[in-house]
Design a protein around this ligand. Sequence first.
Ligand code: SAH
Length: 393
Amino acid sequence: MDYPSVILKPKEEGRLEGGHLWAFSNEVAQAPANTVPGALADLFKSGKSFLGRGFYHPHSLIAFRILTDQKDQEIDQAFFEKRFKNGLEWRESVYPDCRAYRWVFGESDELPGLIVDRYGDYLAVQALSAGMERLKEVILSALQKISQAKGILWRADASLRELEGLPIEPSKVVIGEIPPRIKITTENGLFSVDLFGGQKTGFYFDQRDNRQALAAYCKGMRVLDAFCYSGGFGIAAARAGAREVVFVDSSHAALELTQENAERNGMTGKFTCVEGDALALLAAEPPGGAFDVISIDPPAYARSKKHLPIALKAYEKLNALAMRGLKRGGILASSSCSHHVDRELFMQMLRKSARKAQRSFRVIELRSQAKDHPVLLAMPETEYLKCAILQVI
Ligand code: SAH
């Protein structure tokens, strides 16, 4: 099949030849007139040699997203089945016996703008690029063929869709049925997941490896899981022998999930749920006080570059409060999922916070997102999560 051609300006191919999958609108010299957003097209460098086949969007800042660098590759159901199988193979190798993970993490799985989360027999799928939305039917058939899912939910409520001119709509069950609560088993514990009203698609898989890492320091400890959502950090800590866990979140629905999850994981009598502002709870603690281990995992404070200075101040305030709450030997796991706060800014922020809190720390581990959210070396854009495990000295 012949696809229309998109041609880059001279000298704009370097990043793409290095494995990056996007061409930006200001890098494009020639593109077909009147193409629909997300149409399949071929990308060429200015000397006309082939760079890749993928989606062209005439109105998005990301003008081209490469799906394959193989000239004769058709973008059909067989193509998606192959990509899905590759994605599955990796997840099954790193999370064996566990049928819950992010199965497809967009660009990092060579499927730009597609997210698939697997919750056992149920899938939640999101198209964040116009091209993926246009191929919805093929994608669903391929997923269904491989997974035999009992239910697939199509989520169309992510604000990123607006950048591609896609409508924001309520989630829809597109295949089978999905119960109001799904039970999953992970290495972090057993969790109840709400695919309809939950945050993300229902569970923060991206923190799974960081929860395991922190749990290793929690035996016999009193742990604060601040910004707990469904309780991931605290539950992993309890399973690793924590003496007691205090969960705090400002969302009532999140704490209901945490309560249910903590009980299912045998924590009855060993945990407390506090509904409210995590900063207020930390501020009310005596310095060097009640917790041996603190995890802080706030929502993304920097939604855009413009918000960065204010966001960094907010991270600093929160981190200083948490640091002040620890005594010698105490452990802090500090996370930030703001894309715009890069590693360097994150470390700078931690240094400023420590100065403010008048505490000295050593860096035990500098971590990123879990292995089911791999980072593409050629695309720094695929990394967003930072998690530093620090110890007070
Ligand atoms: N740690 C969680 C994910 C956290 S997501 C996990 O491992 O699954 C961020 C959470 O912070 C959300 O649940 C949100 O409800 C909560 N939140 C936002 N602002 C808050 C605040 N000021 N105080 C406490 N919780 C807050």
